[in-house]
Ligand binder design. Sequence first.
Ligand code: NAP
Ligand code: COA
Length: 270
Amino acid sequence: MTFDYTGKTVFVSGGTSGINLGIATGFAEAGAQVFVISRSADKVAAAVGRLKAAGAEADGCSADVREMDAVDAAFAQCAERFGEIDVLVSGAAGNFPARANDISSNGFRSVLEIDLLGTHHVMTAGYPRLKKPGASVINISAPQAVVAMTGQSHVCAAKAGVDMVTKTLALEWGPEGIRVNSVIPGPIEDTEGMRRLAPTPDDMDRVVASVPLKRIGQKADMANICLFLGSDMASYVNGTVIPVDGGWYLNTPGTALDPVLDMIAETKSK
Ligand code: NAP
Ligand code: COA
């Protein structure tokens, strides 16, 4: 199936690498004009270049989602360049594997502020620029939102919060014709997230073995669900949390990180 996003504007926070850049690229290839933000100006420039090469009108700017003023300024720049937003994807996130006893107050706060407070900033700064009715908002969640996972207390807390923001805003914004949904990626190949959580080939093999479909996910899998959610074909889909993970959530991966955490502990003790 192909989607036509010609003339539509898509804003992607954290859209300069990994899954989010894959999603941005999917929209670019479907004809959308795409605006991306993240902290690194170099990553923004490189991503904008790749999106243009995919055939899109593209732009972006450096902004830290923890800073409301910076996020608001990014939306103002996007609105000036491309007009009102049809699809808003909030994907900026941070993660590192560490047991709760090894996470400092600042470490826990950093992840909460990027993932959860950052989502609030992107939602509320984006809201005045969303097409009403008709906009589709997609928050990028994680399996940790619904499955407790060792070494991930900060991410579990943050992403569970993201999904509750999704559901609450689906209630608040639904009457204005704005749909808000979350997507839960499973393990996705060639991403920073997987490099951090499954650093060795053995770790990756264990992960793939625990996915019922017996394959790692691709960035295109995530782009496809977002292209669907952003389209009229999903016009009655609101307030949902959709796993796109080959059925991974059915095989509770709660202690999957234990070998990685043991390795980290061993490295530290040397
Ligand atoms: P990634 O490439 O590191 O993507 C994270 C993006 O967020 C980067 O563009 C990063 O760019 C940006 N970012 C980080 N902190 C930021 C901040 N404070 N303000 C603005 N932008 C910020 O990682 P990924 O693995 O593809 O993950 C992408 C999303 O998918 C995340 O929401 C993650 O939780 C979710 N997810 C990933 C997997 C997986 O298999 N990888 C599985 C489940 C869920 P800068 O460094 O330039 O800021
Ligand atoms: N184990 C334990 N604590 C860690 C850690 C680790 N592996 N990595 C960072 N921290 C702690 C730091 O020690 C610091 O706490 P402290 O001040 O008490 O020492 C705190 O986290 C913040 O670290 P800092 O590097 O200053 O934060 P930052 O805001 O520059 O970066 C992170 C945020 C830590 C989430 C960083 O990993 C990041 O930028 N991630 C983005 C990319 C990413 O995670 N991609 C995968 C997405 S799923």
